[in-house]
Design a protein around this ligand. Structure first.
Ligand code: PDD
Length: 287
């Protein structure tokens, strides 16, 4: 079955899905995006993702491409046409098409594209073994809270990780503290069992998965705190993991050369992963 994409009002074969060369997303990375998990036939945390999309658009003063009910119906139609039960929806809104010039164009309409793809969940053994991350300097701008398509530092960081045989790169600020991964939020569990993730300000993307995990941690009665942690503290941690709409909770068992805990996924991370998957199959769904 061929994939279908949504491009500015039309459902088109994925292979033919294209935007104009003077789309400002293409020219200036002048746009924002969201990635929404689809789990067992339903979207997970759909409304928080759409709220964050609205926020990103507002911060960049890009108009909404359509009303929320219209957007939600495009998302559903795309899933239906692609017959996706477990996968991802990617949506991107740019400031639109205009003659290339840096200031905001006067008459451009925001452009919306959406794609959907299937994903396979990792095998239990892969989760148990965890992944390796490397540390890199955080060279990004001061508005990492906006989910913009300007992802060059993230792309370079992820590539550096891959070339080092690692899954992710944790970005480290000038104070020696971990901000986040290149496409995930970063978490540790200290030796005395406290769960830590950086508090959300302009130096990280406030992950929707991160927010759900904090709520689940609270419900599970875990001790947690939102604060910065240094790379050294992370290397001494009992557990570490990453979170995102695509990674859920993925245990980290090595940071640079340091083995975390006993080199296997830790119980807090595994417990939160289970809790998140239950949430994705239950309270987090929208039909
Ligand atoms: N990435 N931090 C960064 C820099 C991200 O790009 C992402 C998401 C996250 C986690 O956010 P959420 O829990 O809302 O997915 C944190 C998406 C999945 C991506 O770029 O593909």
């Amino acid at each position: 079955m061929s994939r279908i994409a949504y491009v500015n009002g039309r459902y088109v074969p994925h292979a033919d899905a294209a935007v104009h060369v003077e789309d400002r997303g293409y020219q200036f990375a002048d746009g924002v995006y969201e990635v929404v998990l689809v789990y067992d036939g339903a979207m997970v945390d759909e409304l928080p993702h759409l709220d964050r999309l609205d926020r990103s658009l507002g911060e960049l003063r890009i108009a909404q491409p359509m009303t929320r009910p219209a957007l939600r119906s495009v998302m559903r139609e795309l899933l239906r046409r692609n017959r996706i039960r477990t996968g991802l929806i990617y949506m991107q809104v740019t400031r639109g098409v205009a003659r290339r010039d840096h200031p905001f164009p006067k008459n451009a309409e925001p452009a919306l594209v959406m794609t959907a793809k299937r994903i396979a969940l990792p095998a239990a053994a892969a989760i148990e073994n965890g992944v390796k991350v490397i540390s890199i300097r955080d060279i990004r701008w001061e508005r990492c809270d906006i989910k913009t398509v300007a992802l060059l530092p993230n792309v370079l960081g992820k590539q550096q990780a891959r070339e080092a045989g690692a899954h992710e790169a944790w970005q480290v600020d000038d104070a020696g503290c971990v901000t986040e991964g290149t496409s995930t939020n970063a978490w540790i569990v200290t030796k005395d069992g406290e769960l830590i993730t950086r508090s959300a300000n302009q130096s990280i993307l406030n992950g929707i998965t991160r927010l759900s995990l904090l709520r689940l941690a609270e419900q599970e009665g875990l001790r947690f705190v939102e604060r910065s942690f240094t790379l050294e503290e992370a290397k001494q941690a009992r557990e570490a993991f990453i979170s995102s709409a695509t990674a859920f909770v993925t245990p980290v068992t090595q940071i640079d050369d340091a083995v975390i805990g006993n080199g296997k996924a830790g119980s807090v991370g595994l417990g939160l992963r289970r809790a998140y998957l239950d949430y994705a199959a239950g309270a987090g769904r929208t039909a």
